[in-house]
Design a protein around this ligand. Structure first.
Ligand SMILES: [Mg+2]
Length: 319
């Protein structure tokens, strides 16, 4: 049983309250408060030492990333950040590490205007759980269910950068020195596409953030929307660092490694002019990589060939 099957089997239930517009199974839940002008978007993520980050990782990077993964889920809903709660399990009080953690956390919190409003601190193995709250216009959230045959599939920014950083740091890939710092920065300090997500409301028909890899995350959209997709690998947005590594690593880091925290979204053909209209505001760029098709499943085309990655994406409890 994988993590998604586990949630399906044990925890998915119909909502009892009419205020719960969208429950388990998207990037965030949506709660509409009666009479309110805005809908609440709620998401939570846990990072554990040795699983999500290396033992001994700098506090700054851990604090930044713990918040970034949550902010990225708000971005994927098209939500505006509001506030967050921090649950911290610490084996001991290490003032240096905690000061770094705080600085990393609040660097991103300030950048996206999120207030820390509560949480809990316990003694235990190093683990961080953050719950982030955002708001959307009622009915205005981006979800995974709206992709339709004929829509175009886009991704923001670059794919595979964080994977290259991980491969470089672990010694599995040697990159020219000028490329080292950029890919490590993308691994440690991802840039959640918060402004982009909000700008895509009313343009994108569906959206998800790329946390587990394009194949897995686009796969969630396809499943939730009941459609298939064809992706052209030659259209994947890859950096010059990626080009330098391509002969060694091939397409898989861009497809199945995850940690990019870019947005993958779909746009109906009639709304592509609107996308072109907002695109100049964002330096990351929006890249057309393929199309939604009728039927099921994801086809990766490499010219005339069909490509199959070595694995499908990161999944706790897999195998
Ligand atoms: Mg997500």
């Amino acid at each position: 049983m994988d993590e998604f099957g586990l949630i399906e089997q044990y925890f998915r239930r119909p909502a009892r309250r009419s205020e719960v517009v969208l429950g388990v199974g998207d990037d965030a839940a949506l709660v509409a408060l009666r009479g309110a002008q805005r809908t609440l978007a709620v998401t939570t993520d846990t990072l554990i030492e040795g699983v999500h980050f290396a033992a001994g990782a700098p506090g700054f990077d851990v604090g930044y990333k713990a918040l970034a993964v949550n902010v990225s889920d708000l971005a994927a809903m098209g939500a505006r950040p509001l506030a967050f709660l921090l649950n911290l399990s610490l084996p001991r009080i290490d003032p240096m590490w905690l000061a770094g953690f705080r600085d990393g956390l609040f660097t991103l919190a300030d950048a996206v205007s999120l207030d820390l409003i509560g949480g809990d601190t316990v003694r235990g193995p190093l683990a961080i759980t953050i719950t982030a709250l955002g708001t959307t216009a009622p009915g205005g959230a981006l979800t995974r269910t709206g992709a339709r045959a004929g829509d175009r599939v886009y991704v923001s920014g670059l794919l595979g950068e964080a994977a290259l950083g991980l491969l470089a740091r672990s010694g599995h890939l040697s990159l020219p020195s000028e490329f080292q710092a950029p890919v490590l920065a993308r691994l440690d300090r991802p840039l959640p596409r918060i402004e982009e997500g909000q700008a895509l409301v009313g343009i994108a028909s569906s959206a998800i953030d790329v946390s587990d890899g394009l194949v897995a995350d686009l796969g969630h959209v396809l499943k939730a929307s009941g459609v298939g997709a064809e992706i052209d690998l030659r259209r994947l947005p890859l950096s010059r660092a990626y080009d330098a590594a391509f002969a060694t690593v091939g397409y898989d880091p861009a497809l199945v490694f995850g940690d990019d925290y870019e947005l993958c979204f779909t746009v109906p053909p009639e709304r592509t002019p609107a996308l072109a209209g907002i695109a100049p505001r964002f330096a990351c760029g929006f890249h057309y990589i393929g199309d939604i098709v009728a039927g099921r499943g994801l086809v990766l085309r490499n010219g005339q060939d069909i490509y199959a990655p070595a694995r499908s994406g990161y999944n706790h409890f897999d195998g």
